[in-house]
Write a protein of this length. Structure first.
Length: 238
C-alpha cells in the first residue's frame, strides 16, 4: 500500500483512538460526578440532626455529622494550616486541640485567618479563656494537597505552621494521640474566625459538564473519521 493510500487509514485510526479515549474520560468524569453527588448529599444530611458526642470517638459517627462536644481548648498549642485561601485571599486555618475527659484529644478547626504579609509575623489566634467549653461543629477531615501545593510538617514553635500534614505528624508534634478526624467549628459558635464550610471538591454539575464536553469531543472525532472514510471511498481508494 502506498503512502498516499495509507495516510487516510492512519488518520482514521488515530481519530477512532481519540474518540475512544474521550469516551473513557467522559465516563470517568461522570462517575466522579456521581460519587461527588453522594458526598454532597451526605454533607447536607449531616446538619439535619445534632448529636451529643460525649466520649464517643469521631470515627464512630458519620462524616460531616453535626455534633455538640465539651472539653477544654488548648490555646498554647495550636496549628496554622498554611496555603489556605478564602475568596481568593491567602491565609491560614487555625487548629486548636480540644481535650475531652475520657476520650482522645480532637483538633477543632476554628476557621480561616488572613495572611499578615510576612511569614515572620503570624496572625494572633489566642483565646479569651483557657477554660472548659461546649461547642457545636461538624465532623470533618484534614484538607488534602492539590497537585501544585507542597507538604510541610509542623515546625517553628507555637503556633506551629504546617501545610497539608497528616494527623500522625500533628500528633507527634503535639506529643499526644489525636483523633483521625477533626471538628469544623459552627459559624455561629464563639472563639472562631471565618467559617464558610462547603462540601469538599468540585460540584457534581462541574464533573457532569466535563463528561459532556469529553463526549462532544468523541463525537467530533467520530464525525471526522466518518468524513475521511466517505472521501476515501469517493476517490475510489480501497
Amino acid at each position: 500500500m502506498s503512502g498516499a493510500r495509507a495516510a487516510p487509514w492512519v488518520a482514521t485510526l488515530l481519530l477512532l483512538a481519540a474518540a475512544a479515549l474521550c469516551l473513557r474520560l467522559g465516563l470517568w468524569q461522570w462517575q466522579r460526578g456521581s460519587a461527588r453527588e453522594l458526598e454532597w448529599e451526605r454533607f447536607a444530611r449531616g446538619s439535619a440532626t445534632l448529636l451529643e458526642l460525649q466520649t464517643q470517638p469521631l470515627a464512630s459517627v458519620p462524616l460531616y455529622q453535626h455534633v455538640r462536644v465539651s472539653g477544654q481548648l488548648d490555646a498554647a498549642h495550636q496549628f496554622l494550616l498554611d496555603n489556605r485561601s478564602w475568596q481568593g485571599h491567602p491565609g491560614y486555618e487555625v487548629l486548636t486541640p480540644l481535650r475531652r475527659p475520657g476520650a482522645p484529644t480532637v483538633l477543632v478547626d476554628r476557621g480561616w485567618v488572613p495572611f499578615t504579609g510576612s511569614r515572620a509575623q503570624l496572625p494572633p489566634v489566642g483565646l479569651s479563656a483557657d477554660a472548659a467549653v461546649t461547642l457545636s461543629a461538624r465532623v470533618g477531615l484534614l484538607p488534602s494537597a492539590g497537585l501544585a501545593l507542597g507538604h510541610a510538617p509542623p515546625g517553628g514553635g507555637w503556633p506551629a505552621v504546617t501545610a497539608f500534614p497528616s494527623m500522625a505528624e500533628l500528633s507527634r508534634y503535639l506529643g499526644e494521640p489525636l483523633e483521625e478526624r477533626l471538628l469544623l467549628l459552627d459559624a455561629a459558635a464563639p472563639e472562631g474566625y471565618v467559617r464558610d464550610w462547603q462540601a469538599p471538591g468540585l460540584s457534581p454539575l462541574r464533573h457532569f459538564s466535563y463528561a459532556i464536553q469529553w463526549w462532544c469531543f468523541a463525537a467530533l472525532a467520530l464525525g471526522a473519521a466518518l468524513v475521511l472514510n466517505v472521501r476515501r471511498r469517493a476517490r475510489g481508494s480501497p
